[in-house]
Design a protein around this ligand. Sequence first.
Ligand SMILES: Cc1cc2nc3c(=O)[nH]c(=O)nc-3n(C[C@H](O)[C@H](O)[C@H](O)COP(=O)(O)OP(=O)(O)OC[C@H]3O[C@@H](n4cnc5c(N)ncnc54)[C@H](O)[C@@H]3O)c2cc1C
Length: 397
Amino acid sequence: MSQTMDSFDAVVVGGGPAGATAADTLARQGRRVLLLDRAGRIKPCGGAIPPRLIRDFGIPDALLVAKASSARMVSPKDVRVDIAIEGGFVGMVDREHFDEWLRERAARHGAERRNGCFERIEHASDGGTLLRYRDASGAASVTVRTRAVIGADGARSLVAQQSIPEAQSRSSVFAYHEIIALPEIPPAGYDASRCDVVYRGTLSPDFYGWVFPHGKTLSIGTGSADKGFSQRGAVAGLRAAVGLAGARTIRREGAPLPMRPLPRWDNGRDVVLAGDAAGVVAPASGEGIYYAMVSGQHAAQAVEALLAGAAPRCLKQARKQFMREHGRVFLVLGILQRFWYSSDKRRERFVSICRDKDVQQLTFDAYMNKRLVRSKPLAHVRIFFKDMAHLLGLARV
Ligand SMILES: Cc1cc2nc3c(=O)[nH]c(=O)nc-3n(C[C@H](O)[C@H](O)[C@H](O)COP(=O)(O)OP(=O)(O)OC[C@H]3O[C@@H](n4cnc5c(N)ncnc54)[C@H](O)[C@@H]3O)c2cc1C
């Protein structure tokens, strides 16, 4: 059996943005990579991506089904703050085509694609790593030999559960959305180039509701960690509020969103995680595609070091590098979510402070370009005092 067993430098489990990027990165280095994906399901996702992602990962314009040039923040009392995205836009992608394009790019660079469902990692008597999966028909169990495994199999990652003890007890938010067809005559006030973000306890007790334009369709959704909260009821309410209650529903779907990066992404031997499997979704925004792709790259670079002969502790570099770049933003967004999303009173104030040009510039630069503006330290100070004034009720809402 071992004579006919296929052998790879690395197996990437999961063909979402994290896995496809990891496979592409390793294939470009000339490594023999297997990209294993359980095909057949479209990832439930609002599909909003920042310009930094489009730039850094060479996403072609043809994949963007819409470009949002403004965002509307809506408060519990329906106060609306429109923020123009100056000199840029937020791209909207349909995950069915976006993910497939990423997988195909990895294949073009030499990754081998297979459809199948990961089952487990084993070790041969010689210490080598074996990966077992069920083929696409479900009839056969296939075993391949590999030197490393990248677990990019999403928020319920089986690779993580088998390899990283901390993954057993991870917490998550559940996000739910409905994809609906845009009626031929859109409702009054609908703007195909505007993303609406609605902060209201009836839509989510701890997150927000959204209306994202996708060309001929829309994504309308919400998220919450509260298991007793009716997300379907909330989305029905949001649809009614924006005049889309009767529009044709194409899909109703949801999925867990991990709450925080796992404290460990590797098993110190031959496995490293990326994307939702590693827990890299930004608090407050729920943005995960960009972070999945960046962490996929870091995981691939760590595996490349291992393949080049470094000691297995080099796998730790994936998490280290990621947290060095994004840990601070995750920390700030976590505090922001815990504080501002906790009651309608605070949500009202949060939307109100979003009118502030400094706040807009700071948050947009953090989202669009993934950097905290350092060139304007005084703006940070001003924002801090404004926040305090709002907290203490000294400023008008
Ligand atoms: C409703 C909703 C809306 C969202 N909206 C946004 C948004 O607008 N913008 C944004 O940036 N993020 C958004 N996110 C988050 C974003 O979708 C995720 O963070 C992102 O998809 C993570 O990418 P990933 O590659 O790590 O995992 P995934 O995209 O989940 O990909 C995992 C892959 O692994 C495969 N897989 C799973 N198990 C196995 C197995 N056993 N064997 C083989 N393959 C397997 C799956 O089929 C899948 O292809 C949203 C999430 C939800 C749920």
